[in-house]
Design a protein around this ligand. Structure first.
Ligand code: ZN
Length: 375
């Protein structure tokens, strides 16, 4: 990811730190200044934040290891001040698998919290509930003696805060709205009897409803971070739903359904001038390039032509500006064309029949027109 640098690789997964992570230290300094914390208290607070991010990292590894169980690789894990992201190559689509992958993250935090609480229960003398209430209300650093005379050391204070933060992390993550893990868990459960497209639609509606409540609660309590989070959730729910509905639609059709048999052929040894003219006076934006023997040798995209126009480089051969062309079979699923055009970024795809003959092209215009017609 841009603006990140690599920390280390563990279990075959590189871990990156996003530059905005530095803002955490600014926040700590600001908080310390505001609350009048001493050096020792500031050091403890910094330690607590670092431990919290270790928990976030383990949470992401929970997702990654569960995904690996289903043969899905994790490209990397990126740590940001708002949390971590494990970037899986894809999300498993089988409901039970999505369920396991989504729940594996929060499960790690449940485990950490349980271990901490069990350790305290075992090792600490005194009324734990009373110690908890003192620990949550105060900053770490100084030794505290409670009303009943129990001793709250900085280490115990640290463990209590870390345990409760893990609990908070679980609650927050399990909100049933995208992009939180709870949204995926909820969708996966619904998918088991409704199918993925309908389940996503319902999960997106529920997610948006919760997000509205977050926005309203944020305005009500002048907590603008909460409102911003709510807006972000609304956006994520809509995007996830649009994505799944689109993929569902395209998976039911083949390339043949949007094939465009008539298209402009660029000649590899023509000047870029002719490409500029074609772009200026036609509707097509991206072109296939052919040599003198009419063999497909490349693809020329709008940006390539604009680049030649700006330079200006109108007498260069088209082949100099052409990129690698991609072809797709007539009977291939439209979903594959969707991935190649919208994710891999090919401006136009050549379409071949069973004999390997080029019979037409598909492009973004064709995809989006088909989509509009089908809604
Ligand atoms: Zn997660």
């Amino acid at each position: 990811m841009r603006g990140s640098f690599k920390l280390f690789t563990w279990l075959g997964i590189p871990v990156f730190l996003h530059w905005t992570f530095g803002l955490i230290f600014l926040y700590i300094l600001w908080h310390a200044q505001n609350e009048g914390l001493g050096t020792l208290e500031t050091v403890w607070l910094t330690g607590l934040f670092m431990a919290l991010f270790l928990c976030v990292l383990l949470h992401e590894y929970g997702h990654a290891i569960a995904a690996r169980k289903y043969g899905v690789k994790t490209r990397d894990i990126v740590l940001m001040p708002i949390g971590g992201v494990a970037r899986l190559e894809k999300m498993p689509e089988k409901p039970i698998q999505e369920f396991v992958v989504a729940i594996a993250g929060p499960a790690v935090n449940v485990l950490i919290a349980l271990c901490l609480f069990a350790g305290m229960n075992f090792a600490v003398e005194g009324d734990l509930l009373e110690l908890f209430s003192y620990a949550i209300r105060s900053d770490i650093g100084t030794e505290i003696v409670t009303e009943s005379g129990y001793f709250l050391s900085p280490w115990l204070h640290f463990a209590i805060k870390l345990a409760f933060t893990n609990v908070a992390l679980v609650i927050f993550n399990m909100i049933p709205a995208f992009p939180m893990d709870g949204g995926r868990v909820f969708r996966a459960l619904l998918s088991m009897w409704l199918g993925r497209p309908r389940a996503t639609k319902i999960a997106a509606w529920v997610g948006q409803f919760i997000a509205m409540l977050l926005v309203a609660a944020g305005i009500w309590g002048s907590d603008f971070m909460l409102s911003i989070l709510g807006i972000f959730v609304i956006y994520a729910a809509r995007a996830e739903n649009a994505n799944v509905q689109t993929e569902d639609l395209f998976s039911k059709y083949t390339v043949k359904d949007i094939l465009r048999p008539k298209f402009t052929r660029m000649r590899s040894n023509d000047w870029m001038m002719s490409a500029i003219e074609t772009l200026r006076h036609g509707l097509e934006r991206n072109f296939l390039v052919f040599d003198v023997n009419d063999r497909l040798v490349g693809m020329l995209e709008e940006e390539d032509i604009v680049r030649a126009m700006r330079k200006p480089d109108v007498t260069a051969e088209i082949l100099q500006y052409a990129q690698r062309a991609e072809v797709i079979h007539l009977h291939e699923s439209l979903l594959k064309a969707h991935h190649l055009i919208r994710q891999r970024g090919f401006g136009v795809l050549g379409v071949i029949d069973d004999e390997g003959q080029l019979v037409g092209v598909v492009d973004e215009a064709g995809l989006s027109y088909f989509q509009r017609m089908s809604e």
